[in-house]
Ligand binder design. Structure first.
Ligand SMILES: Nc1ncnc2c1ncn2[C@@H]1O[C@H](COP(=O)(O)OP(=O)(O)O)[C@@H](O)[C@H]1O
Ligand SMILES: CC(=O)N[C@@H](CCC(=O)OP(=O)(O)O)C(=O)O
Length: 296
């Protein structure tokens, strides 16, 4: 190995040292979005990042999405699908597909990838250990022309009503890496399709996580000129949603981020999952990557 390269490696390791010390024994929740799972090599580098975090004494908890993967199977079976405010309208048949894709295919793929790289991952949906309780969401739309708000029925779409973190706690404090699919269970025992960002935010809150990282398919939150924004406060987020800069799937993402900050999570980062080793770059380098959101 050339001496220059050896020095560069030593420099990188030393830059990581204070961060390893700072985050040791802390919980970091990482949301791996379906759009960030775009290629095999990236999925492997994500899995290696998670294994490395666990090995240096940080407790990673993975919550995954799989929106595009659900869309792919729905298309294959000839079923159309629609999103309202970033949430999939979910009838009973769609719910079955959601449960198959998220709880089966995607969850087990991530578990297997982490295990292939030497970690010990355990996959869960909110039904396992009865841990994510959900209630049905109905959207309310208001407009100046309407006397009363219009109620939009999204079917089996839920929000988190409570989380019993005991099963996740047990895994986090052992050798295991929990990998969570965003499916909740209602009081009636029915399954609910929950936006994965919302689950990640609540899990981070309940576990009193140090950090929540949301991996997606953009460099972070972009302004109208496509420039990366960072150091955003809760008020900045509200303004960016109101003026239409933040739209679509980025709305639930930023809403969950602000809720997590209000709930006690120290920092939230929206980062580009298409960048190789994005998780490690955010955690262990001085400059970090993506958009940092702060409780201000
Ligand atoms: N201001 C913004 N900055 C970046 N992305 C935005 C913004 N507003 C809307 N988006 C959209 O939000 C998408 C990310 O949300 P989503 O598709 O739900 O991702 P994921 O599947 O990773 O959860 C981006 O690909 C982009 O199209
Ligand atoms: C209610 C709702 O929209 N649920 C999402 C759940 C998966 C998800 O959130 O996946 P991404 O993180 O990849 O977008 C869906 O059905 O697509």
């Amino acid at each position: 190995m050339k001496q220059n390269t050896a020095h560069q490696i030593a420099h990188v390791l030393i830059e990581a040292l204070p961060y390893i010390q700072k985050f040791k024994d802390k919980t970091v929740v990482i949301k791996f979005g379906g759009n960030a799972m775009i290629d095999e090599a990236l999925k492997h580098s994500f899995a290696r990042d998670i294994v490395l975090m666990k090995l240096v004494g940080i407790n990673p908890v993975v919550v995954h999405g799989g929106g595009p993967q659900i869309g792919h199977l729905l298309k294959k079976i000839g079923k159309s699908t629609e999103f309202i405010d970033g949430m999939r309208v979910t009838d009973s048949e769609t719910m079955d597909v959601v449960e198959m894709v998220l709880g089966g295919l995607v969850n087990k793929q991530i578990v297997n990838l982490i295990n292939v790289h030497g970690g010990k991952a355990v996959g869960l949906t909110g039904k396992d250990g009865n841990f994510i309780h959900a209630r049905k969401i109905n959207l309310q739309k208001t407009s100046p022309e309407m006397d009363a708000p219009e109620i939009i029925d999204l079917g089996h779409v839920g929000e988190v009503s409570s989380i019993d973190a005991s099963v996740v706690d047990m895994l986090v404090h052992s050798d295991f890496i929990p990998v969570i699919a965003p499916i909740g269970v209602g009081d009636d025992g029915h399954s609910y399709n929950i936006n994965a960002d919302l689950v990640a935010g609540k899990v981070a809150e309940v576990l009193k996580a140090e950090k929540l990282m949301l991996l997606t398919n953009t460099p972070g939150i972009l302004d109208k000129r496509q420039q990366l924004l960072t150091g955003l406060s809760l008020t900045d987020i509200d303004n960016l949603i109101d003026d239409g800069t933040i739209s679509g799937g980025m709305i639930p993402k930023t809403r969950c981020a602000t809720d997590a900050l209000k709930g006690g999570v120290n920092s939230v980062h929206i980062i580009d999952g298409r960048v190789d080793h994005a998780v490690l770059l955010e955690l262990f380098t001085d400059q970090g990557v993506g958009t940092l959101l702060l409780r201000r």
